[in-house]
Structure formats: C-alpha cells, structure tokens
Design a binder for this molecule. Structure first.
Ligand SMILES: [Zn+2]
Length: 416
C-alpha cells in the first residue's frame, strides 16, 4: 500500500486552538480541567466534539455505553473502517491533554484530509471512549472494556459514584446513551495517540514514542503476622515483629524489580499496621504489592520469585507470611503491522522516535484484544499527568497528530 507523501502535515495551530477551546469546558481550579465522565461538562464537551465532527463532514454513531464514533466515508463500501481516538473525560484535577489530544488530533487529521481532498479505500472512524479515567465510576477504561468484552454492559451500568448515582442513569441523564449495541463494530485497525504520562521521551529528547507493549500488572495482598507486645519490655531476641517483616518484604520487592530490568517496576503502596500504636510492636501488617512489566513470562517470574522468597524472609524472623493475588492484567503486545506503521510514519516525517512501553492503562490496551492496535505517544513536561499542571508543547502535539494521520492513512489506503 502507498505511504502518504512526507509533506502531508496537519495544521498545528488549528489543533492547538481546538485543544484550548475544549479546555474551556469544565475548567479546573489551577489551569487544568475537571471534566469528569457523565457530568454536565462531559455532555458539553461531547456536544462541541459532535459539532466539530459534523463540520468536518462526518456522520456520528453512538452506542449504548455512550461511545461516540465519527465516520469519514471510504471509497470501498465493503472495507472495514480504520479507527483512531482516545477519551475526552478527565480526572477531577486533570490536564488539558490526557486523552483529549488523541481525540482532537484525530479530528485535525480529518480536517487536513478534507483540506487536501484525500480519499481512502477504508472508512476512517474517530472515537471518543466513555469513562476512560475511572475516577467517578471505577474501573478505568470502562466503556472500551465493555466494547472488548471484558465487562458486561449490565455490570458497567450498575457502577455507582461516591454519591450513589448509577453509571447507566447518569449516561441517560446527560443524553448520551445511544441505540447501537456495544462492541458490534468490527475494526480493520485502531490507533490511539496519547501523551506519555512519564518522563522518558522528554529526557531522551524524542518527538515520538512508538508503543510496542503495555505494562501488565499483578496486585498481591500480603499479611505478615507476628505478636503484639510491649516495645519497652520485650527483649530483642524474643520479638515477633511484623513491622520488620514488612521492611524485609519491601526491600525484596525492590530487588526483584531491579533484577528484571528494563521495564520492570515494583512497590508496596497500601499498608495497614496493627495495632498502629507507638509503644506496641506490630502484631500484624497487611499490605499490597504492585508489580508490573511488559512481558508475561517476566511478570510471572517476578511473582514466582516473590511468593517463594517472602515467606522465607518472614519465617527467619519468627513471623508468618501469607498472600493472594487480588488484581491482574496481562501485558498487551501491540500489533506488529500497526506498530510498524507508526514507526514508518515517524521516519517519513523526520521525527525522532524510540520504542517505548506504556506504563499506564489505555483504551487501546483493551481494543488490542479485538482488533490490530497500536499507540503513539508524545512527550509531556516532567512526565506529569493526572495533574492540572500537565503540559505539552504545540510542536509535540503537532508531531503526534502528524504521525497518527500518516499511520491511519497508510492503513486505510489512500486512493489516487
Ligand atoms: Zn488518558
């Protein structure tokens, strides 16, 4: 298939103006955004997006989870559409670019194709996935998860927010529940442009991250049991200090992650110490280990090493150790042809690039299970996201949208 010409570029100023206009809806308190899913501001953002898509000549599909699908027709009525997109919802103290860049970058690609009269064999569809962030209604990536068959729609619609409001009721209330069955669409491929949400691309001075894998994760809930006793009167040799067990296991998790570099991480995030009194040796500590890496075998090795070593360390100091896996997500490996299209587009356009692993979850990680998928990342300042101070440059946004457009056009096949 013919690659798009290297001088085919999006309009970076127009993209930036649209990002800034969308950011007016649901402003935060510190320069970012609070446009949480299924709020009135989410509805306003959706309406603006729909207007823009209509102006770009697209028809809009809407499924019963509120996922929006703007279609630019192709020349072959039998060809499956090539998808692109991300999410317009934000964290309560979110930035202006997380998710939004992937949607409005796709819109800018449509506008550019229209300006230049580009025709494609496959239709191209731009998606806004509902509730990627998962703050108001957990879990994250909820609607793309239903689309990919990870959750049932009934279960998703029964999720409630902190005020007890149901997802399904709120989706109806804001007027964005469609008729289309979720997941019925078949995709030729799907591309998601997203900010990195980490510091690597900026530190390496690269314009584009070619995302080859996502991180898989395991959450392991652990209990170390010792014996509560007086911190003053219990001799050192007679203590069963569960707090010391926690210390040893914390160090073990760090060592295991360091041993499995690159792209392996591990930490203990949540800790409950009992009875949590300053003059009692802890009798019990309950905590969760979070381990992540991008290859399934490596992830399984890390867990196996942990469940073998942790009991030994705890037993050696007179405490007991038990654990169970309470959360798991296997690492996605993105489609090789789609990943190559992203890499090829970066080269053709003259943007510096490197292969990268996505540390965060994304809609593309679910869609990867039902369609050939890839992601494009652009740098963000200091790796900051989920923070109102999240920032990117216009040049980074432009490079990301250029690569998105080229990868999509090559896959959708330009018709001469
Ligand atoms: Zn996001």
């Amino acid at each position: 298939m013919a690659a798009p010409a290297q001088n085919l570029k999006i309009n970076g100023d127009r993209l930036w103006d649209s990002l800034m206009e969308m950011a007016q809806i649901g402003p935060g308190i510190a320069g970012g955004n609070n446009r949480q899913t299924l709020t009135d501001d989410d509805a306003k953002g959706r309406a603006l997006f729909q207007t823009w898509c209509g102006d770009a000549g697209c028809s809009m599909g809407l499924d019963s989870m509120g996922n929006m699908f703007a279609m630019r027709p192709g020349q072959d009525p039998d060809a499956l559409p090539v998808y692109m997109g991300s999410h317009l919802d934000t964290q309560p103290t979110g930035g202006k670019y997380d998710g939004v860049l992937g949607v409005l970058g796709g819109l800018e690609a449509f506008r550019t194709m229209n300006d230049l009269g580009v025709k494609t064999k496959h239709p191209i569809v731009l998606v806004n996935w509902t509730n990627e962030e998962g703050t108001r209604f957990a879990p994250a990536m909820l609607a793309s998860g239903v689309f990919a068959g990870k959750h049932t729609e009934d279960w998703a619609k029964d999720r409630v927010d902190a005020e007890g409001k149901r997802f399904g009721d709120e989706l109806k209330r804001i007027g964005w529940e469609g008729d289309e069955p979720v997941g019925a669409r078949k995709m030729h491929a799907m591309f998601e442009l997203h900010i990195e949400q980490g510091p690597i691309l900026e530190a390496e001075g690269k314009d584009i991250g070619v995302v080859t894998h996502g991180q898989g994760l395991r959450w392991i809930e652990c209990t170390v049991t010792g014996k509560e006793s007086h911190t003053g009167s219990t001799p050192m040799a007679m203590r069963k200090n569960a707090g010391r067990g926690l210390a040893l296991v914390t160090e073990l998790v760090h060592e295991i992650a360091m041993k499995h570099q690159p792209n392996a991480v591990g930490a203990i995030g949540h800790i409950d110490v009992y009875p949590n009194s300053r003059n009692i040796i802890p009798g019990k500590v309950v905590f969760t280990v979070d381990m992540r890496t991008h290859l399934l075998d490596k992830l399984n090795d890390m867990v196996a090493e942990f469940v073998t070593q942790a009991p030994r360390l705890c037993e050696a100091i007179g405490t007991e150790f038990s654990c169970e896996i309470v959360g798991q997500f296997d690492p996605p490996a993105f489609d090789e042809a789609c990943v190559s299209a992203v890499r090829g587009a970066s080269e053709r356009l003259g943007y510096s690039h490197m292969d990268i692993i996505s540390g965060a979850g994304h809609d593309a990680c679910w869609i990867n299970d039902v369609a050939p998928t890839a992601m494009i990342m652009c740098p963000c300042v200091d790796g900051l996201s989920h923070n109102e101070a999240e920032d990117i440059s216009k040049e980074w946004a432009t490079a990301g949208a250029d690569v998105l457009m080229h990868a999509v056009l090559e896959t959708a096949e330009i018709v001469e």
